[in-house]
Design a protein around this ligand. Structure first.
Ligand code: SF4
Length: 285
């Protein structure tokens, strides 16, 4: 029987006390325990940023990649071993800035990856510049008079890019966040959880109290999560009311369904003892 202690990493977290990343870590661990998955059954892939330290702080198969590239690496892992649940971790800067194009293409290809987007509107690791989800007027050390840009809307972008599962969680509600993560991991296809995660050090606007006053649950208002236009309408809500929950969830073939090379089973399990790559290696002499 797997328990939370099985996912405890040897490395100690260096996140700031009170950071929303702790809520994501705890909710992810709880979701995996609930699903009965062992640490060796799952892989977590990250890019660069405070969020990207996740593979060090949870005991799972882990791959800490380079900035913005968590999703293509997750795609490669998934295609090599379609039997392995793959979780991609990005921040909003990592996943929507430098990794923005990968976000769109992973969604439209419907790669079977659960994507947990740590959304705090700042680049925390580099001490608090505006991130892609920062609101117009948001003040940081690089925008002392306030940002003059409008933010990316990750939920709307995922929906119009073809994502088959799009949800939002807020780390102040642990049980709900765990539920969103579990559903994303169980979903067959690309699954985004836009996870609202206060950066207590560099974002003094989007605090726990700020979200607490505004968040409401889509399921409490009869939202139909199979209706794309209804999902897009809800995705526009931000400010006085912020919807949490599943915006959209439908079935569609995943990338690997169309790949003839995968019909013989997982690549990592193929017998390659009679494969001779000497000639190919010769090209690098
Ligand atoms: Fe968390 Fe912000 Fe500290 Fe990074 S800088 S660990 S996001 S509170």
């Amino acid at each position: 029987m797997v328990g939370p202690a099985d996912f405890k990493a040897r490395e100690r977290s260096d996140w700031c006390p009170g950071c929303g990343n702790f809520g994501i870590l705890n909710a992810l661990r709880a979701a995996l325990v609930e699903m009965g998955l062992a640490p060796s059954d799952v892989v977590v892939v990250s890019g660069i940023g405070c969020s990207a330290k996740m593979p060090h702080f949870i005991r799972l198969g882990g791959f800490h990649t380079i900035h913005g590239r968590a999703l293509p690496v997750a795609t490669g892992i998934r295609l090599a071993n379609p039997e392995l649940p793959v979780i991609a971790i990005t921040g909003d800067g990592d996943g929507l800035g430098i990794g923005g194009a990968h976000f769109i293409h992973t969604a439209r290809r419907n790669v079977d990856v659960a994507h947990i987007l740590h959304n705090n509107a700042v680049y925390g690791l580099t001490t608090g510049q505006i991130g892609p989800t920062a609101a117009r007027g948001f003040k940081t050390k690089t925008t002392p008079r306030g940002s003059v840009e409008d933010p990316v809307n990750p939920v709307a972008l995922a929906l119009v890019s073809g994502a088959t599962f799009v949800a939002r969680a807020y780390v102040g509600d642990m049980a709900h966040t765990k539920e969103m993560f579990r559903r994303a991991i169980e979903h067959r296809g690309y699954a985004l959880v836009d996870t609202l995660q206060p950066c207590v050090t560099f974002n003094k606007v989007n605090t726990y109290e700020w979200y607490q006053k505004r968040a409401y649950k889509l399921e409490d208002e009869g939202h139909d999560s199979t209706d794309l236009m209804a999902a897009l309408a809800r995705a526009q809500e931000w400010g006085d009311r912020i919807p949490l929950g599943v915006f959209y969830s439908v079935d569609r073939p995943i990338l690997e369904d169309g790949m003839v090379g995968l019909k013989g089973g997982a690549l990592v399990k193929r017998d390659i003892t009679d494969v001779d790559i000497t000639a190919a290696l010769g090209e690098f002499d």
